[in-house]
Design a protein around this ligand. Structure first.
Ligand code: ADP
Length: 842
């Protein structure tokens, strides 16, 4: 690699050395004849006055109006001379009595009344030597410029040598400005972040346009020289604006008022000058002095803010740009001086262009530093967000662990207490604990969403099963409140979709639970439909939840989706909630490119409708499901088939003894043979020595965490196909997916709810070890019926072991059960607290 670099350097020195040698040391050999440009002597001109008298006139020189000049064409005439070259506006050129060239600007229709200075050529021949050359300048800018005689190419080359640098710098500036602008815009589009360079680039492009439109070569690259000659005035008018925006953004709006005032002055001047120009009242050249003044105000304001920042030690964050600004200011001063003292009166914006170039380079350096800063900041943000994530996980764990104990112990009181009053108290604790849990969940979800670490995880899912889950989780609550619960699923919904099923369920639960919460009487009506999308294999899943609840006041409608915003706090103070549900719903929908709409009439009810685009995996309609739902809803009884698996073996691992006690209590009636251990190491020993049907493994343990323990068991190959279910207090959105991806079979969040535990164990304990209630023992069957599922369950738990209990809700379900079965006894649990019927044998 080193050798390659040396070879490359040698080659470059040779190539560029050859170019330099060619330009500097080798003899000139441009093969064009007559590469000639001479200047007509300036001291033998005379001005022809209107009365015919003549007075000497020095060229170049100044004049106050139209002028006719005369001189003699040199007698030592070079045979290669071909043209005379003048600069001016309207002009007539005679050699002897012959009119050689005429330039009349009124021949070209213009906006305003001004034409432009340009170079005008007149032919000249050897026989013209010694003849009189007469030039009449009409309406010129007050300057008579040098007159050249030579060949066309010679004159052009000479001009290029004198003024070409300005052209180069102008072009380079334009390129730099355009490239920077494109880069800034692309960056903004991709990273959604504004770079100050964007407005600086616009300013520089305007500067470049000013230099190029002012160049003496403009007639070489424009069709309409008069329009081109207006451009410098327009550019000076608008140039301060992008620079003001740029400086304001650099200073983070510290002097916004001052900057705004300067911008307003510049804008007002622009509008007035343009109106006067377009209506033909004041040409741009005449209003230029005001534009220059406004530009000066802009520059002064920018300077003043820089000085203020300097004094307040705030300039450090952009000192390179401040240096660039000083370079520009110095260049501007030199430019003005150079203009005032220009010996030949030709205006060149070279110094200004160089100043702008310097400014741009300084700003590019600043931007590069800024980008590096953004990158570092992004890294830092990643660390902060990781720390936030860890904090959330820890907090989640810290809050949930004691709650696990409270709810678990409470569950045991509900199960074991024979006193109905105590059970009622315990049920209250359960309900309050669950509310607390949902509040914690909401807050954790929101933090996760707002920290930007939340991801939508699309999977293929079975629509019927997802809807069924939602139905199961909401129906009883609505019915307990005495609401008419309707769940209508359109038969044409595709049966398999691709999307984030968990979030869709969460959204539905939020809306349905709200409808139940905020409705005292009437109905809650859920409708699920779908509509095909034009693009690709997609469909919109449309879920609407209507209720006959309290409705939302007109003035509250705007606040609905804000976080922590609860409406009518006083009226709703008895209804639990945090004001986060709809905010989270809305955020989730945004992430899934869906949307939510609602209609609500205060006092009458509300309808929330969400539309979520999903990919269609199986277009076959869900059809049957709707029938099943209807059937399910009509059969409001629930046959409670408990888990009973005395032959199954289970291992529970948790470092917290109380959690193990809770778990033991919860599992007692399943009669599963359970081992309890308090560490990862003990778990590994147990698994190595025994064969378990399922392992419940706590994640957060000292020494070996759940994850480490799982990895160790897999590496020792002692686990076989035993399902390992992680027990964790980390219940933030996405946690479940995270654990499953780490190799756990499933996930149970703490505090462990018995229903969930039972559901998961039923899934993973081999079916042949789960005894059906009728076959599991020879106990007599007791039918328990009533309307409150919690009370039924409590009663069932009390009688289990004495009777094989079957619980049903409502008398219809009771009758239906009795059509097919003959239980040993029937028990009716009435709604009043504390009263129970004794078993009645039949
Ligand atoms: P909360 O946890 O308070 O229910 P949400 O974000 O879910 O929070 O709802 C915000 C507020 O919007 C609620 O406090 C309630 O005032 C109002 N709201 C939501 N859904 C309904 C509804 N179906 N009927 C009447 N008001 C509702």
């Amino acid at each position: 690699m080193k050798k390659l670099r040396i070879i490359l350097s040698a080659i470059l020195i040779l190539v560029f050395g050859y170019i330099f040698a060619g330009e500097i040391f080798f003899p000139a050999n441009v093969p064009i004849n007559g590469d000639i440009c001479d200047t007509l002597p300036g001291d033998n001109w005379v001005r022809v006055m209107s009365d015919g008298s003549k007075i000497p006139f020095e060229v170049p020189g100044r004049t106050d109006g139209d002028i006719v000049l005369e001189t003699t064409i040199p007698t030592d005439f070079n045979r290669d001379y071909g043209v005379l070259c003048f600069r001016g506006m309207d002009m007539k050129i005679w050699v002897g009595d012959e009119l050689r060239t005429e330039y009349v600007t009124t021949d070209y229709p213009l906006l305003g009344d001004r034409s432009a200075e340009c170079y005008i050529l007149a032919s000249v021949y050897p026989e013209d030597a010694g003849r009189t050359l007469r030039v009449s300048y009409e309406y010129n800018s007050g300057m008579v410029y040098e007159v050249y005689i030579g060949t066309r190419l010679g004159i052009l080359k000479s001009l290029f040598r004198k003024y070409g640098l300005e052209l180069f710098v102008g072009l380079a500036l334009l390129m730099l400005g355009l490239i920077s602008l494109i880069a800034a815009v692309v960056y903004k589009y991709i990273h959604k972040k504004y770079l100050e360079m964007e407005h600086l680039s616009i300013g520089v492009i305007i500067g470049a346009c000013w230099v190029l439109s002012n160049s003496i070569f403009r007639q070489l690259y424009t069709r309409n020289i008069s329009v081109m000659s207006d451009i410098p005035f327009l550019m000076v008018m608008v140039m301060p604006l992008p620079f003001l925006v740029f400086v304001d953004s650099l200073q983070q709006g510290r002097y916004a008022r001052l900057i705004r005032a300067a911008s307003i002055i510049v804008t007002v001047n622009f509008c007035i000058c343009i109106i006067l120009f377009v209506t033909g009242r004041v040409p741009l050249v005449k209003s230029f002095v005001f534009s220059a003044l406004c530009a000066l105000i802009g520059i002064t304001v920018m300077f003043a803010t820089l000085i203020m920042d300097f004094r307040r030690h705030l300039i450090d964050s952009y000192k390179i740009v401040a240096i660039g600004f000083c370079v520009l200011a110095v260049a501007a001063v030199i430019q003005i001086v150079a203009y005032a003292f220009a010996h030949n009166g030709v205006f060149s914006g070279l110094f200004m262009a160089i100043g702008l170039f310097g400014f741009m380079i300084c700003s590019i350096i600043h931007t590069i530093k800024q980008l590096i800063g953004i990158r570092l900041e992004a890294n830092e943000m990643m660390h902060i967000s990781k720390a936030k994530d860890d904090f959330l996980t820890n907090m989640s764990h810290e809050i949930r662990t004691p709650l696990n104990g409270i709810l678990g112990m409470d569950e045991m009181i509900i199960r074991e207490s024979k006193e109905s009053r105590i059970r009622d108290y315990a049920l209250e604790i359960k309900s309050a604990g669950n509310t607390l849990l949902s509040i914690i969940n909401d807050i954790l979800d929101l933090s996760k969403i707002e920290s930007g670490n939340f991801e939508i995880i699309p999977v293929e899912y079975d629509v019927a099963s997802a809807l069924n889950d939602v139905l199961n989780m909401t129906k009883i609550r609505a019915q307990k409140k005495g609401l008419d619960y309707r769940f209508d699923v359109s038969e044409s919904i595709p049966s398999m979709l691709y999307g984030d099923e968990i979030r869709i369920r969460q959204i539905m639960l939020n809306l349905i639970n709200n409808a139940i919460k905020y409705t005292k009487e009437g109905y809650v009506d859920i409708r699920v439909t779908s509509a095909p999308r034009m693009m690709g294999n997609q469909a919109d899943l449309i879920i609407s939840v209507a209720d006959t609840g309290i409705g939302i006041r007109e003035e509250d409608k705007d606040k609905l989706f804000r976080s922590f915003q609860r409406l009518e706090e006083k009226r709703n103070r008895n209804i639990e909630g945090t004001g986060l549900g709809l905010h989270i719903t809305n955020k989730l929908l945004e992430m899934m490119e869906g949307h939510i709409e609602f209609e609500s009439e205060y006092g009458k009810g509300s309808t929330f409708t969400v539309t979520i685009p999903q990919k269609v995996v199986k277009a076959a309609p869900v059809g049957e499901f709707s029938k099943a739902v209807r059937q399910y809803l009509s059969n409001i009884g629930t046959d409670e088939v408990g888990l009973y698996a005395p032959q199954a073996r289970l291992l529970v691992v948790d470092d917290n003894e109380m959690n193990l006690d809770v778990m033991e209590g919860l599992l007692k009636e399943t009669r599963i043979k359970t081992d309890f251990v308090t560490s990862g190491e003990a778990c590994i020993d147990k698994v190595a020595a025994n064969r378990y049907d399922c392992i419940l493994l706590d994640q957060m343990m000292p020494d070996l965490s759940g994850e480490d323990t799982l990895r160790e068991m897999r590496s020792r190959d002692i686990l076989g196909d035993t399902p390992v279910i992680v027990l964790t207090a980390d219940a933030i959105i996405g946690a479940k997916e995270g654990y499953i991806s780490k190799g756990f079979t499933d996930y149970i969040s703490k505090p462990v709810r018995y229903e969930i535990l039972e559901q998961v164990l039923k899934e993973y304990i081999p079916k042949d070890k789960q005894l059906s209630p009728s076959g599991s023992d020879e106990l007599p069957v007791m039918l328990i019926w009533g309307s409150d599922p919690d009370k039924l369950k409590a009663e069932k738990e009390r009688l289990d072991g004495i009777y094989k209990c079957v619980c049903v809700i409502g008398d219809k379900a009771r009758d239906k059960y009795l059509e097919k079965h003959t239980p040993a006894g029937i028990m009716h649990i009435t709604d009043e607290a504390g009263t129970e019927n004794d078993p009645v044998s039949e």
